[in-house]
Design a binder for this molecule. Structure first.
Ligand code: GDP
Length: 193
């Protein structure tokens, strides 16, 4: 079965999405042996949903551990990319912009690094821009266009079908995410024959 991976920094709403998609079903396939960090796989019928650990800076987690988490995610993707139909990459709209603006010209933000890595392997991205409730409604377009260009995609953001604004705590955007996952899985199966 094809895999659909879910990646993102910690606290972006990754667990919230996993819960919404799996409906708390006990469909967990299990943690992967030999992996110290939590990579959980859920059998969703048509595909396997893979919950990756949160990457990047986390308060109270040593830098060495953060590096190790990132390495394990990268290794998992490298070892499985031929079987990955899509990568759902979740970001927090507001804090993502703050991080990018703070580190401008000094460091490549980990989200952009991860996005580039995923797309270089020809894995279809689904970029979920979560916590849009923290952005004033009249700033949505401007913010999404800005995020779009940070990921080296030219605005307007709407031309990029893979960018989905969301408020996961209110299920806003959920249907579109599900639809996109199914489209990607179907296309992947068709191309694989
Ligand atoms: P994870 O660390 O990425 O797995 O994130 P969680 O799903 O645990 O969510 C982290 C925090 O963000 C929790 O307090 C959630 O209630 C909150 N959260 C999730 N979705 C949203 C959202 O759409 N808007 C806001 N404002 N908070 C959210």
């Amino acid at each position: 079965k094809p895999k659909v991976i879910v990646v993102g920094r910690s606290n972006v709403g990754k667990s919230t999405l996993i819960r919404l998609l799996t409906g708390n079903k006990k469909v967990r396939v299990g943690k992967r042996p030999g992996v110290t960090l939590k990579i959980s796989e859920y059998d969703m019928g048509g595909y396997i949903l893979v919950d990756m650990p949160g990457f990047g800076y986390m308060a109270g987690i040593p830098k060495k551990v953060q590096e190790k988490i990132k390495d394990e995610i990268v290794h998992y993707i490298e070892n499985n990319y031929k079987n990955i139909a899509a990568a759902v990459h979740i970001i927090d709209a507001k804090s993502f912009c703050e991080i990018v603006e703070r580190w401008k010209d000094k460091e490549i933000p980990i989200d952009i690094e991860m996005f580039d890595f995923i797309t270089e392997l020809k894995i279809s991205p689904i970029l979920v821009v979560n916590k849009m409730d923290k952005i004033k409604k009249n700033k949505w377009n401007e913010t999404l266009d800005k995020i779009c260009s940070y990921f080296k995609c030219s605005p307007p953001w709407r031309q990029w079908k893979f960018i989905i604004p969301a408020i996961l705590k209110r299920r806003y955007g959920l249907e579109e995410i599900k639809k996109m996952i199914y489209e990607r899985v179907e296309l992947f199966n068709k191309l694989r024959g």
